[in-house]
Design a protein around this ligand. Sequence first.
Ligand code: AMP
Length: 482
Amino acid sequence: MAKDYDAPPGVFDLLPSDPKEPWRSSYLWSHSESIMRNVAKNFGFAEIRTPIFEKTELFSRSVGEETDIVSKEMYSFVDRGGRNLSLRPEGTAPVIRAVVEHHLQHAEPLQKLFYIGPMFRYERMQAGRYRQFHQFGAEALGVRSPEQDVEMIDMAMTLFASLGLKNLSLQISSLGGKKTREAFREALKNHLKGSFDALSETSRRRFETNPLRILDSKDPQDQLALKGCPSILDLLEDDSKEHFIRVQELLNKLQIPYTINKNIVRGLDYYNDTVFEIISGELGSQNSVGGGGRYDTMIEELGGKSSPAIGFAAGIERIFQVLISQNSTLPKAPAPLLYLIPLGERAKLECFELMAFLRKQSLPVDMDLSSKKLGKAMQRANQINASFVAVVGDQELETGKIALKEMETGKGAEVPLKSLPRILEILSKQKETETIIEELLRPFDTAEEAKFFINKIGGSVEETTHLIESLKKAVAQMKEIS
Ligand code: AMP
């Protein structure tokens, strides 16, 4: 196809496997999304899915007219009905819009919601920055306590750890209340006034519109001008100061390491008090894998009942890129347990029927439908990473036995066709069963724990011992079979 139809810059396809860019393999995504959903579930968050586009006004109201996102990065358009719409550049405003629109807080003021999905920003192209990128995000509404902030941070850190990320650093700060931010804005402008002409063009523009964002700048000239600038943390009011101290105490309690970075401002206007960012040493300038903060005024601003809230968002592409740069083992894409190679028309029909039957037992089975030569069919089995292969010809049909060959070891075993479903089922569960049994055989820490377990499986000590013995035998047998 002509180059003209290639995907536009800044977007990408997820392919079943992408050896050049392994983070774009679709299985890595679906596998990781299920881990994220699981972490969210363990922390008591329920999923919310909002539309890809919203009224433009939603973002200008909540994210802020002066932010880069709203002023330069939105994909905005007028639809055929004359409405001003935008592809969502972030997830918080749509979630709050949905909560307000569906009166979720009337029934239950405490709402813990998470989302996974694409966001759209017309950003300058560079490594780690895309125009369609994906975020996992979470919002907890209704509680203004430091515990709520630390629960959110703990979930973020658990999420990254569950996905296999290492060596991340958590940075926290506080933006205080409105008064603090106003006072800080003035103090910062006063500090920078003298070196205004030396500031980068972007920072000169931000000086009037959004001076706090100058703290974000990586420009060396800006950094020089910022040297010795006042700290927002010195301007916190008592309430915010106490809140921030308590957040630190709770992080210590949960043994979550952090550093205080008074320069965290976050790109969006709506934050107050606790803000945080999670940074990876492995990524270049785009080194943030996620961040969040408290936004206690946004819900009211969007027409809802006044309610405190805190949110967090992580960039999924960045998570995968860190994983890869840390040489982590990526999850293997699922492959057929058995690949059937029929020789001849009769065998093809029999295999076709057998495959349909096995699939109905939820077993991942595939076969050669194209009557390839044996060598080519074996190649295919290899290519799709089948665990076992069985060549079925007239002789196999006569004797009712087939030879199961394990691809990795080349070892084989003759198996009666009749027993195939049961054997495959055992083979498919082997790993899982082994982990369950290992878990069962782990010594308990206390007698109470052991008693609880025995009661739970509804037996006496003798029955439980018997059960465990049979499980041990089953594992030994399974090992023999494979
Ligand atoms: P933000 O909504 O700007 O706070 O971003 C939260 C996270 O989303 C960041 O830490 C990044 O990991 C990710 N992110 C933001 N913008 C992009 C982008 N253009 N491309 C890829 N990831 C992004």
